[in-house]
Design a protein around this ligand. Structure first.
Ligand code: 1HN
Length: 365
């Protein structure tokens, strides 16, 4: 079957066309022919075509949940075994069970839970991979980006743009744990990784704390701001403001049947996603709300900020509560059910897919 001849209905159909298999003959002559190809760095397409070009996404990524209650003791144990300085970053990677050993939570994205203990410093470095932090536990630790600190609180969404110097420190008296999301596999797939360590542990501070949010997060843009970066100049989106926005929308707005009340984090300069490679969102599902069936091509990582509930992800039922992380693979049908008012943070590679004209969604059946 000619894959280019699929009509749009077939392309949209979640099962795709009935059959894409190619009837490959299995003659002794062909078998012998195949044996001579590797020496010339050649391979036949016809034996692999149907696994290369599938009618619909056939992800190796599996639905999965990490229950914070279960893994917190292990994260804390890592804190007794290695310092943040020794580790550079003391992180336990959230490995998708379908992609073991690949340091990824979806095909394109990395996630991990990072621990920073009181008085620790995670030393300054920079890399081309973009990073997001979503604060899961603790209050008062900081991250610094290119000379500006931001103090982090639970539920804050914090950005480390590509190739910016960053270090973290904890001047509070409590451990802090956050969810890291990085575009590591995406950057690896195009071999565009660069990394540098700063000669000192801490990058010098050049602006006061809160500068970026005041300057760029107040509906203003300073005259002369013309170096428009691909990443939002606001690098901490405090949860207090995010939650307030959703709570106000709740009073007047209609619920989306698939998402409840959902807002994306945006770059205030461009209106585009806050980060070039990762979409980030916060959604509110009110107690008792069951979303309609939904699927999209962007595999999505969720962090439960408040509340509890469960999600049906394909055939898998995932129960979740506050501080848990769960993942929904590409093109697997999802339905959420909230047993309490629930606030879910999520991220995916949707901006990349949209810019390439590849992003698709299917609402309902
Ligand atoms: C990194 O720089 C951080 O800065 C976290 O906190 C996780 C995973 C791989 C590579 C660099 C951070 C990372 C990372």
């Amino acid at each position: 079957m000619d894959i280019l001849a699929l009509n749009s209905q077939q392309q949209r159909n979640n099962r795709g066309p009935a059959c894409m298999t190619i009837n490959v003959p299995d003659t002794p002559e062909l078998k012998e022919f195949y044996t001579r190809l590797p020496a010339q760095n050649l391979a036949p397409l016809w034996t692999v075509l149907s696994s290369l070009i599938t009618p619909t996404p056939q992800s190796r990524c599996l639905p999965a949940v990490w229950h914070y209650k279960q893994i917190r003791p292990i994260i804390m144990e890592s804190g007794e075994l290695i310092t943040a300085m020794q580790a550079e970053r003391r992180v336990l990677i959230l490995e998708n069970p379908g992609l073991p050993g690949e340091s990824r939570i979806t095909e394109s994205l990395y996630a991990g839970l990072q621990l920073i203990l009181p008085e620790e410093i995670a030393p300054a470095h920079r890399h081309t991979q973009s990073a997001l932090r979503f604060i899961v536990e603790g209050s008062g630790a900081y991250t610094a980006v290119d000379g500006e600190k931001t103090i982090m609180e639970e539920g804050d969404f914090v950005i480390t743009p590509s190739w910016t110097w960053h270090d973290h420190g904890n001047e509070s008296n409590l451990p802090m744990v956050w969810l890291d999301g990085l575009d590591i596999p995406l950057v690896k797939s195009i071999d565009a990784s660069f990394f540098e360590k700063y000669p000192d542990d801490v990058f010098p501070q050049t602006r006061p704390e809160g500068d970026a949010l005041a300057r760029y997060g107040s509906g203003l843009l300073p005259e002369g701001y013309d170096e428009i970066s691909k990443t939002s100049p606001v690098f901490n989106y405090p949860y207090s403001r995010t939650r307030d926005a959703l709570d106000r929308m709740r009073i007047t707005d209609k619920w989306d049947s698939c998402h409840g009340l959902k807002s994306r984090y945006v770059n205030p300069v461009t209106g585009d996603y806050a980060m070039p490679t990762m979409a980030t969102n916060m959604q509110l599902l009110p107690k008792g709300f069951e979303t309609e069936k939904y699927r999209s091509t962007d595999a999505t990582v969720f962090s439960v900020t408040e509340g509890s509930g469960c999600s049906r992800v394909g055939e898998t039922k995932l129960k979740w509560s506050r501080r848990d992380t769960f993942v929904v693979p590409s093109w697997v049908e999802v339905q959420h059910f909230a047993t309490e008012d629930s606030y879910l943070f999520s991220f995916s590679d949707r901006p990349v897919q949209e810019k390439l004209g590849l992003w698709r969604e299917l609402r309902g059946d």
